[in-house]
Ligand binder design. Structure first.
Ligand SMILES: C[S@@+](CC[C@H](N)C(=O)[O-])C[C@H]1O[C@@H](n2cnc3c(N)ncnc32)[C@H](O)[C@@H]1O
Length: 282
């Protein structure tokens, strides 16, 4: 059957199936039935640019590897990069009120945090702001040194994240004036994250469905609002591998609509300051 989904692009049932298989294999994203519109609406501009007339033709280009940048551009186009400042703010309160003090009490000198699907960078910069504010409030220097590794599969999102410059809605959504004044510099009609916040964060491209043992070990993992796009098996696999690289007693944070239920029993739920996190069982 041939579905006409946009005025310019038609997508046959067979090509949709091939594209579904490609996307799940490339980045774990499961496109459910009825999501043909997502393929045509997100890819039509790209296909025009590459002078490709149908998704079938696109699949042939991908198989032959004629244009290596095409694959990256498709992944950029098909990932949902929605994010904003202090999304699920209770997670950051839980980190500040319970997790950081608990680590500090053990005399730990260094903490590593992984923002595992960082999109345009708001999440890792939020983490860095929380650390900075905590440090300023405890001048006695009891806060361990914190390193934040931020990863994503989208090269386009990472490029923007590294700049740390935001304008329009991205500059205001979720950001209160206190944090804006403390942690940003005004740049034209936008704002830029200050160097002391940026310096704690390093960005890397990483596909969550592939191995990530090379990242080292972590004390805290923020993996929020990304597992929802994956199959049950893929979620289970990712959670198992995250548990493997978390230090004993480490914490995992998921998006507020996501849960571990039915996927793993390696964590215990921790609830404080209105937020829920998961602590690796010993
Ligand atoms: C909705 S955003 C979530 C951003 C942020 N964590 C938050 O909660 O606001 C989802 C991010 O997951 C990334 N993503 C999707 N599939 C991925 C994969 N296989 N590996 C790594 N990142 C992926 C997307 O590029 C996107 O930036």
């Amino acid at each position: 059957m041939q579905t006409s989904v946009s005025s310019e692009l038609t997508l046959s049932g067979g090509d949709f199936k091939k594209f579904q298989a490609f996307l799940e294999d490339a980045c774990g994203i499961v496109l459910g039935a009825g999501k043909e519109y997502l393929v045509t609406s997100r890819l039509s501009g790209l296909m025009r640019m590459y002078d490709i007339n149908s998704v079938g033709e696109l699949m042939i280009h991908l198989q032959t590897g004629r244009n290596p940048r095409l694959r990256t551009s498709i992944i950029d186009a098909m990932t949902t990069n929605e994010t904003f400042w202090f999304r699920d703010a209770a997670h950051f309160r839980l980190l500040e009120d319970r997790v950081l003090p608990a680590f500090a009490a053990t005399g730990k000198l260094r903490i590593r945090i992984w923002s595992a699907a960082c999109s345009f960078g708001q999440e890792p910069y939020n983490l860095s702001m929380v650390i900075e504010d905590t440090k300023v409030r405890s001048p006695s220097g009891q806060i361990p040194r914190v390193e934040i590794i931020a990863t994503d599969i989208s090269t386009m999102a990472l490029e923007e994240a590294r700049k740390g410059v935001y304008s329009g809605m991205a500059a205001s959504r979720g950001l209160d004036s206190g944090k804006r004044n403390r942690h940003f510099t005004v740049r034209g009609d936008g704002i830029e994250v200050k160097p002391e916040i940026k310096k704690r964060v390093s960005f890397r491209e990483l596909n969550l469905t592939k191995g990530y043992e090379l990242l080292g070990r972590f004390d805290v993992i923020f993996c929020r609002n990304v597992l929802i796009y994956f199959s049950g098996n893929q979620k289970q696999d990712i959670l198992k591998r995250m548990a493997r690289i978390l230090n004993p007693g480490g914490y995992l944070f998921l998006g507020s609509t996501e849960s571990l239920a039915g996927h793993t029993d390696q964590f215990e739920m921790v609830s404080e300051s209105g937020g829920i996190g998961y602590r690796l069982k010993s």
